[in-house]
Design a binder for this molecule. Structure first.
Ligand code: MN
Length: 349
């Protein structure tokens, strides 16, 4: 499809449209490596259970640098698959990383999300991420935690290289931002600016994007069942007027967490384990964040305490690793109870 005539309109920094990159020089280092790899095998690698933002980021990189190959470690989320299918693109699941010359890791705050945890044998790689800065990754990485979605950083890369904004790029970009801002609930003005820019510069409408990412939901029986199971297996307790809840599912941790928040919990921990791998997803409502609780920092601490890797945003975070799910869940619940108790009743004597 030809890009609309006005697709380059406003495709410039500091025009109230696309925010300037946090570290343009570092971003150019990554861009140059991808450009130099034009004749090599370059892998764009999304994390396991690649979500919409990770898939969108991979897509925008592919549109900008068509020679890259897209891969996801272990699996792709259902919404991620829908976006790929809609755009007629494929992502390799579990690519053989050592067969590549260069790897660009997307949207991943730790090696555990894209490998068995050991990246020492990997080829040259870069990490582009928007989660809270941490030291899970050895070496220099590009992190901009002011960006609500990783795809916003990749769009900045597309812009830096003077790439044309296509409808597919706009659709992927908006989808990633919608997903990572909780359908704009947590969006900041810059997220709205970027979406407005993408809508203005393309023939894509909001309805186009939403029908792609929501359309299949009503027919996704395993997601519906995961949400109901999360409710059925819930454990909860209250501290003053706040409710903490935990539960277990085998998939759709994020939707399960959302369901428990809708049911009334203020902070939720959802555990799952697959083939010995453990995952905990934590979510909190905005008044909890307002109390000064940062789930990303919290999960990073619990990760360290349990020999796993944790991190994320203030209201949405997770732990990946190995171990007993119920045990890690109960540690999350008891440590968070202590924090809440101190916030609500003052420090214990
Ligand atoms: Mn993301």
């Amino acid at each position: 499809m030809d890009a609309p005539e006005h697709s380059q309109q406003g495709w410039s920094f500091n025009n109230g449209l696309l925010p300037r990159a946090r570290d343009e020089l570092l971003l150019w280092k990554i861009i140059n490596d991808i450009l130099l790899g034009r004749d090599d095998r370059v892998l764009v690698l999304a994390h396991h259970n690649a979500d919409l933002d990770a898939v969108a980021s991979a897509l925008v990189l592919k549109y900008t640098f068509p020679w890259v190959e897209m891969g996801a470690y272990d699996s792709i989320s259902a919404p991620g698959k829908i976006l790929l299918g809609h755009l007629g693109e494929k992502m390799v699941i579990g690519p053989e990383v050592k067969d590549y010359d260069l790897v660009i890791v997307l949207d991943s705050s730790s090696p555990m999300q894209v490998s068995n945890g050991d990246v020492s044998e990997w080829p040259r790689y870069w990490v582009i991420d928007h989660h809270l800065m941490n030291d899970n990754w050895p070496g220099e990485i590009y992190v901009d935690s002011d960006r609500s979605a990783c795809v916003e950083i990749v769009l900045q890369m597309a812009m830096l290289t003077g790439s044309v904004l296509t409808d597919d790029m706009a659709l992927a970009g908006i989808a990633g931002i919608i997903a990572d801002t909780g359908k704009f609930r947590f969006a900041d003005p810059e997220d709205m600016d970027i979406c407005s820019f993408l809508l203005n510069g393309s023939a894509v409408s909001m309805e186009d994007v939403l029908s792609v990412i929501e359309g299949e939901n009503y027919f996704d029986v395993s997601k519906k069942l995961a949400q109901l199971k999360a409710v059925k297996r819930v454990k909860y307790h209250k501290i003053k007027d706040q409710v903490l809840a935990s539960s277990r599912v085998s998939t759709f941790e994020a939707s399960a967490a959302r369901s428990l928040l809708i049911c009334g919990a203020d902070i939720v921990f959802i555990g799952s384990s697959r083939k010995g791998d453990l995952r905990i997803s934590a979510r909190a409502k905005s008044h909890i964040i307002g109390m000064g609780i940062h789930l990303g920092e919290f999960m990073s601490r619990i990760g360290a305490e349990t020999g796993n890797q944790g991190g994320g945003h203030d209201g949405a975070a997770g732990i990946n690793g190995k171990g007993n799910v119920d045990k890690v869940l109960s540690i999350c619940m008891s440590r968070m109870s202590d924090i809440l108790r101190e916030k609500l009743y003052g420090p214990s004597k």
